[in-house]
Design a protein around this ligand. Structure first.
Ligand code: MF3
Ligand code: CO
Ligand code: CO
Length: 275
């Protein structure tokens, strides 16, 4: 039996219960998420052939520091970087290093800033120079999956409606949905209840209620859905080495739908694609 509780009085750990946040929390999330979105905006002009993912990581760290925020991934479960950079067949949790990006790569950059205790978690895909038509199509499909998932958020519906909308679109486009990673409650904690699956059916999952805050972050593959984690313990790749893409927003459930906290103030939600 799932229970919901007042975020003001709940203990600060994931107890499996679902926090319902009030107006001050929404205000805090707007600020943290705006900073994350601004960072992702800045990265549009930084990502190009020859730039290393460590240089991107350094920028994300400095930009956070300059604005009073700390990257949530720093020292998170032994992770030592400020961002995840997942290139081509890397599904998620790619670890920044000194290898330069190459023309034609697609890279996901995932940033979570903690500002005044609030976690703003978002990621976007960045084309590196000119990319192939197949890659561009994957980015289009994956962004559309995210936005169809967001459109399914409303009080009274179950979280399974989000997954169902994402899966239906991905599979109609002959793409597949990664099952091994999911969205998550976010807010005062980085990863909280409930899990948000990116596949499933509308009668599954928990009922959404106003005040819930969570991420939607579908990972979509051009090939099969199966992944494996490399020996570094982090980097998840497609088993068939097909291209994988991901976009992520942090959202809050409102009385009549949802608020997307991590929208780009500059309209750069889908870099390299027509908006
Ligand atoms: N930001 C990722 C997410 O969307 C989590 C990264 S955890 C890390 O949930 F340790 F890999 F950085
Ligand atoms: Co997330
Ligand atoms: Co993220």
């Amino acid at each position: 039996m799932v229970t919901y509780l007042d975020a003001d009085t709940a203990p600060l750990r994931n107890t499996g219960q679902i926090r319902l946040y009030g107006p001050e929390a929404f205000e805090g999330m707007r600020r943290a998420c705006r900073l994350t979105a601004q960072c992702l905006d800045e990265l549009v002009s930084i990502v190009k052939p020859g730039v290393t993912t460590n240089e991107i990581d350094r920028f994300v760290f400095e930009f956070g520091m300059d604005h009073g925020a700390i990257p949530a991934t720093l020292n998170y479960r032994g992770y030592t970087k400020s961002t995840c950079t997942s290139i081509n067949h890397v599904v998620c949790h790619g670890v920044p290093d000194d290898k330069p990006l190459r023309e034609g790569d697609i890279v996901n950059i995932d940033v979570t800033y903690v500002l005044d205790g609030w976690h703003g978690d978002s990621s976007r895909m960045y084309p590196v120079g000119r990319i192939k038509r197949a890659a561009e199509r994957l980015l289009e499909v994956t962004h559309e999956c995210l936005m169809r998932g967001v459109a399914a958020v409303k009080p009274g519906a179950r979280t399974g409606a989000i997954g169902a909308a994402i899966q239906a679109h991905a599979e109609s486009q002959r793409c597949s949905v990664v099952r091994d990673f999911c969205g998550h409650g976010v807010g005062l904690l980085f990863h909280d209840a409930p899990n948000i699956l990116h596949y499933g059916s509308p009668n599954e999952g928990v009922e959404m209620r106003p005040g819930m805050i969570f991420t939607i972050e579908p990972m979509i593959n051009l090939g099969r859905p199966h992944v494996k984690v490399l020996s570094d313990g982090w980097t998840a790749v497609t088993r068939d080495r097909s291209l994988s893409a991901q976009y992520e927003h942090s959202v809050g459930v409102t009385e009549d739908g949802c608020e997307i906290f991590t929208l780009s103030p500059a309209g750069l939600d889908r870099p390299g694609l027509s908006s």
